[in-house]
Ligand binder design. Sequence first.
Ligand code: NAD
Ligand code: TDX
Length: 336
Amino acid sequence: HGEFAHILVTGGCGFMGSNFVRWVVRERPGVRVTVLDKLTYAGNPANIAGLPEDQVELVVGDICDEALLGAVVPGCDAVVNFAAETDVDRSIAEPGPFLRANVEGVMRLLEACRAHDVRLHHVSTDEVYGDLALDDPARFTEESPCRPSSPYSSTKAAGDMLVRAWVRTYGVRATVSNCSNNYGPYQHVEKFIPRQITNILCGERPKLYGDGLNVRDWIHVDDHSSAVWEVLTRGRIGETYLIGADGERSNIDVLRAILEAMGRDADDFDWVRDRPGHDRRYAIDASRLRRELGWEPKHADFAQGLRETIRWYEEHRAWWEPAKRATEEKYREMGM
Ligand code: NAD
Ligand code: TDX
């Protein structure tokens, strides 16, 4: 299906969507991008500010809005769906919005792509596969059973299944990717790495859930963007591709790396109550993506990526300070 002249990026004002838009502007300057974003608490137009106006356009709206999709989707060669409710702790406190954005929203996008015969790539998460034990040598593959644990991941799993059903039943030209935990600039301060960095910058102690031994498989957001581009332009229709960069690390190791990089004592943090149903370990085997599409991550050095991310938050206080107080208030109410 080759390259595309004009793509629609839904959720393009969020963390990964905006990094993807910046990646496309930088790496594929011939491609026009329309961003469709509802600007929820997680969406910020500043994330795509300053990009060339003849290349990037923002439409504020909801992926559940059928009429709006009918107006925007036909003008594009492909849709890349980043729009979602994404915070596991919020999904535990209030699941309703997750059903709407992550299930109904995906169905509306599929219907619009079906009606106008537009290619769709759907961005999803490794959390749909549930979790692995710490001592299990296995990693997730495209054949792993779908076994989500949280309200968030169960709605993401439902969205992924809708995509497969629309490919099989209606012949929609769609692909799915399931990625592990991303880190990098423009990530909301509710998420683990930015929360700890900005706590330290605010004189607040970092907060570690449970025993701190839960493992996440970290990938730099630019490596996610390049992988999504490969799947969008060269992936097989109807296929699922796992995205990961062999970055398994326990939460306590990541926190200690942040503390060390910011010149703090290794024990300068608080243990807080655990997340209900907290997944133990995620691990991705990205062999299919590497073998079939020749994708390779470029940011292999986690310590360096972390230092750059810390510097970004140090230099962009005006970007994150407005969201910080409300985020910490929400966590305090939950005892976390
Ligand atoms: P984010 O919360 O930072 O951004 C989500 C964006 O979607 C926001 O800009 C928000 O305004 C927008 N949005 C939400 N509901 C919408 C709706 N109904 N209509 C239009 N826009 C809407 O999320 P993120 O971390 O950038 O994640 C992006 C995608 O990647 C999600 O689908 C998520 O499930 C997936 N994912 C995230 C990670 C991760 O580590 N962050 C890992 C794997 C997969
Ligand atoms: O303050 C904290 N302390 C802590 O120990 C926070 C915010 C988190 N944690 C732990 C919980 C997790 O084990 O750190 C780990 C990472 O937490 P999150 O940043 O909330 O991410 P996670 O639950 O792993 O989900 C993320 O990755 C997969 C994204 O939020 C999802 O959208 C994505 O699908």
